[in-house]
Ligand binder design. Structure first.
Ligand code: HEC
Length: 160
């Protein structure tokens, strides 16, 4: 999808205001997500306003509950999306995946994450699976995802 400038502006100010997360807002690492359904892929290149922090190739994955939610528009507890961001190399007119930069994830639990549309957000850097980066998820991630309210704060769409 096209990332418009309004989203970019909201997002950048949200990321800049990132601060400390509280213990009970922590979303655990989505072990095994590489076996989930692939939703889509996108390359964000140097010079794009979201190059920092989202530059690279990302693949979006959804667990079975999240796939049902994309179909029905209603997400049940446990629905999870992963945004798997990788570095890349260019050589002889090819672009190849490189090392993982980070994963960003969203876990649906309407009671636990009521303040952010029911979604808990988290980022794990590189291959680190134990400690999400410290930030205020409500602001840093949700302020931008808020613009996807008509689709329950999820931007990605399933293609055939
Ligand atoms: C500047 C706006 C912006 C910010 C800030 C942002 N996202 Fe997103 N996010 C997007 C867009 C746009 C997509 C869809 C990407 C695509 O189409 O491939 C997306 C996709 C995702 C997805 C896949 C599900 C979906 O909604 O498509 C996850 C998971 C995700 N983001 C997590 C996060 C987390 C965690 C953070 C905070 C660290 C974050 N995002 C911050 C704009 C943003």
């Amino acid at each position: 999808m096209r990332i418009n400038s309004r989203i970019v502006t909201i997002g950048l100010s949200a990321l800049i205001s990132a601060c400390v997360t509280t213990q009970d807002s922590i979303v655990g690492y989505p072990e095994g997500f590489r076996t989930w359904q692939h939703v889509k892929t996108m390359l964000i290149q140097p010079g794009h306003p979201l190059e920092e922090p989202f530059g690279g190739i990302h693949h979006v994955y959804a667990n079975p509950k999240a796939i049902s939610g994309m179909d029905s528009g209603e997400y049940e507890s446990g629905s999870t999306f992963v945004f798997d961001l990788l570095n890349y190399t260019e050589d002889s007119q090819t672009i190849t995946e490189g090392a993982r930069k980070r994963i960003d994830m969203m876990l649906y639990d309407s009671s636990r994450y009521a303040a952010s549309g029911g979604w808990g957000f988290a980022t794990y850097m590189d291959e680190n699976k134990t400690l999400p980066i410290a930030q205020d998820v409500q602001r840093a991630c949700f302020q931008c995802h808020q613009s996807a309210e008509p689709t329950s704060f999820v931007f990605s769409k399933l293609r055939d």
